[in-house]
Write a protein that binds this ligand. Structure first.
Ligand code: SF4
Length: 717
């Protein structure tokens, strides 16, 4: 049933923009279409920049994820939806997060936002709350927007085709796409949002996920089942660029590089991101047993090669949007579920991606069947595979080390390497079962506190002391669970996680490959500079609506001839052509960095305003810097002995392992602290992590409101 419908005049999509935003307030069922001011477009570009601006303007320091006024924002970017170039289906979803209490965003691919753009919108803002579940429907053909009762399909992904069939009318199924969460999004703090589209090659619906930060939880909190878009694409996808020929040429050149390089390097087209499993395992970077270890001989059972040969259907290309010949969105077409409410049903699994597979190895499980089961159910429930897996692995370690008892866990015996226990806990968390499962669904930051309280009442220990101990190996920073890389031996990646504004997620900074694997930034200064340049460049991809993989995971053969191969500058030239051909501009690399830096600073200002933007919030758990316990140290004893001999001034002869571990930990903590100073200087922050007046003025943030945020943070120090 339609609860509210409006018709709108569709704005032209010209040079990448429609300059229109769709506002929906679910409390009073208000729908409006507004023009995006030229100043907003100039300052914040699109994608993450628009999400940041919407959330900044719509919320206050007191807003929490469940406040009525919290904004759930969706935005593509000027390059999103252009099928003449690879990697253009990406869009951003952002909001005040239930995990971090400040702005968090996630990027995701698929056809949803390209269809929204063709329907006339650069962004969507959802505020307010409905007391019953509703869906927003954008019909770009009829120029009609409605708020309807939520669809009556049962399991979101299992029955996705049913919904597409119902909504498509006379149109092709691929002209319908939707975003929605699931029951896990309702019952935990780490709900994800699925971006669902109909894949004509596989003749079924597929899903990509905006996984991080609990955005699916916000969606559920608003009573929003999801947003459905329909648009007739018989005219194709184009952003009406200023110079179509130049765009097509740049797109062709990049596709040629991808075709030449990928089959000989990462094989993303054949293995998807599971190709990272071997690389991470052989370099001690694959999380095992809550990031204690970085390698395991059982990895051979779950290698990228096995996924390529035995699991992934290879006969069809797998781009998550038209025009991407890297095509990493692999899938297993037949998996029979063995657990949970749909046990016995045969389904198709999209992925698993590396992050999902590594979330499972981090629980000590090296079994592809469990990876498929875990991946599918997380998507179906609307759960972030990373946070869910890191919570489970933390709880197992807390149990093993005696912080948790069977009484605390309602009788669940937590153990490494158990598919049964893992899937059982996952199902119970997702369904919101009262007691331990629903508490676990609140995330690691919450659980550290809860466990510390239990230990304190049980043993009479000081709660704060127990909390400190749990924080050594409870892998969260700013409230967000770490993504799936062991960072102990890469100082640059420690910073990449610690300084990331949304929390430890690699999309802001993934330096582990170039720092630890290729040793392309050996000096301290180089690491600090990289920790400014890479986050800004990666942010640029998120503000314009692009996938980073064709840049970051496919190194141009000519990059080796440049001074800094890691930046992959020859490929960046294609992106410069792409943006300039779309907008009709003559931007150079510095302009892209500055566009990005303004968005970066706005994110920093929101963090400061919400109380999370200063130095203490950039501190990472000890386990991200060094082994915490003696078993971790002893698993790589020879390596650490050599390391200490070469890197530290200490006399290490005749020292016990316990003493050596302490020397190592102290050294690593000091290194991280020193790096923090250096990175803050590079970024134009003071030593408390607050942008200096000079930085604010340089980037155009010199109005009273913005300046007041940084000045009062300095006073409160
Ligand atoms: S590289 Fe993969 S994730 Fe990126 S656009 Fe292509 S298919 Fe999608």
């Amino acid at each position: 049933m339609n609860l509210k419908t409006i018709n709108y005049n569709k704005a032209n999509l010209e040079k990448g923009y429609t300059d229109r935003i769709l506002h929906i307030n679910l409390t009073d069922m208000e729908i409006s279409v507004k023009e995006i001011p030229a100043e907003t477009r100039k300052m914040f570009v699109g994608g993450r920049g628009y999400c940041l601006k919407l959330v900044y303007d719509g919320t206050t320091a007191d807003t929490t994820y469940d406040s009525d006024e919290n904004v759930l924002a969706f935005a593509g970017g000027p390059l999103c939806g252009e099928s003449g170039f690879a990697g253009t289906g990406k869009f951003i979803i952002g909001s005040i997060s239930p995990l971090t209490n400040t702005f968090c965003d996630s990027n995701v691919g698929g056809y949803f936002f390209p269809l929204v753009k063709q329907s006339g919108f650069d962004a969507i803002s959802v505020t307010g709350k409905s007391d019953k579940d509703v869906a927003i429907v954008i019909d770009g053909d009829k120029c009609e927007i409605s708020i309807e009762n939520a669809p009556e399909i049962g399991n979101t992904l299992f029955e996705a085709e049913k919904l597409v069939e119902e909504k498509r009318g006379d149109s092709k199924p691929s002209n319908v796409s939707f975003v929605s969460s699931g029951i896990g999004g309702k019952n935990t703090n780490f709900g994800c949002i699925n971006s669902v589209y109909f894949d004509v090659r596989r003749n079924r619906c597929r899903a990509k996920q905006a996984g991080r930060g609990g955005l699916g939880t916000v969606m559920n909190e608003k009573g929003l089942w999801g947003i459905i878009v329909k648009y007739d694409t018989s005219g194709g996808f184009s952003n009406k660029p200023a110079d179509r020929k130049k765009l097509r040429n740049a797109g062709k050149e990049l596709r040629n590089v991808i075709s030449e390089v990928d089959p000989k390097s990462m094989r993303l087209r054949q293995q998807g991101t599971t190709s990272l499993l071997d690389m991470m395992n052989s370099n001690n970077l694959l999380p095992v047993n809550n990031y204690q270890y970085g390698t395991d001989s059982r990895e051979k059972n779950v290698s990228g090669k096995i996924f390529e040969d035995k699991i992934f259907e290879q006969s069809k290309p797998d781009g998550c949007f038209a025009g991407c010949n890297l095509g990493c969105t692999k899938a297993c077409e037949e998996h029979t579920l063995k657990t949970g409410p749909l046990s016995g049903k045969t389904i198709a699994v999209d992925g698993p991606e590396y992050e999902t597979a590594a979330a499972v190895t981090n629980i000590g499980i090296f079994d592809i069947d469990t990876m498929l089961e875990y991946a599918w159910y997380c998507d179906e429930y609307g759960l972030d595979t990373i946070s869910a897996g890191v919570v489970i692995s933390f709880l197992i370690e807390a149990y093993e080390r005696g912080f948790l008892t069977k009484e605390d866990t309602d009788g669940i015996e937590l153990k490494w390497g158990s598919p049964e226990t893992t899937m059982d806990l996952l199902h119970r968390m997702a369904s919101g079962e009262k007691g331990f499962p629903s508490l676990a669904g609140q995330g690691i930051r919450y659980m550290k506190n809860w466990i510390a309280g239990r230990v304190s009442s049980r043993n009479g220990r000081v709660k704060e002391k127990v909390l400190e101990e749990l924080s050594l190996f409870g892998m969260e920073c700013k409230g967000l669970e770490f993504s799936m890389y062991i960072t102990k031996e890469s100082l640059a990646q420690q910073g990449g996680y610690g300084f990331a504004l949304k929390g430890p997620q690699h999309d802001e900074s993934w330096l582990i490959g170039i720092d630890q694997l290729n040793n392309e930034m050996p000096t301290f200064k180089q690491k600090a500079k990289a920790l400014k340049w890479f986050p800004l460049f990666r942010t640029w991809f998120n503000i314009v609506g692009l996938c980073k993989l064709p840049w970051i995971d496919v190194r141009h053969p000519d990059a080796a001839k440049t001074d800094e191969p890691a930046k992959n500058l020859p490929t960046i030239d294609y992106y410069l052509d792409f943006i300039n051909a779309t907008l009709g501009t003559e931007k150079i690399e510095e302009d892209l960095l500055e566009d990005s830096e303004r968005c970066y600073i706005l994110h920093k200002l929101i963090n400061i305003r919400q109380g999370y933007g200063t130095r203490e919030h950039d501190i990472i758990p000890l386990r991200a810097m060094a082994p915490v316990f003696i078993n971790e140290f002893e698993s790589r004893k020879d390596y650490y002995y050599e390391y200490l001999k070469n890197e530290t001034p200490n006399d290490i002869e005749n020292k016990s392992d316990v003493e050596l571990l302490k020397i190592l930990q102290d050294y690593r903590i000091k290194q991280y602290d020193k790096l923090t100073d250096e990175v803050y200087r590079e970024k134009g922050f003071d030593m408390n992590g607050i942008p200096t007046d000079e930085t604010m003025i340089r980037l155009g943030f010199n109005n009273d409101e913005y300046m007041e945020i940084v000045r009062s943070a300095r006073t409160n120090k």
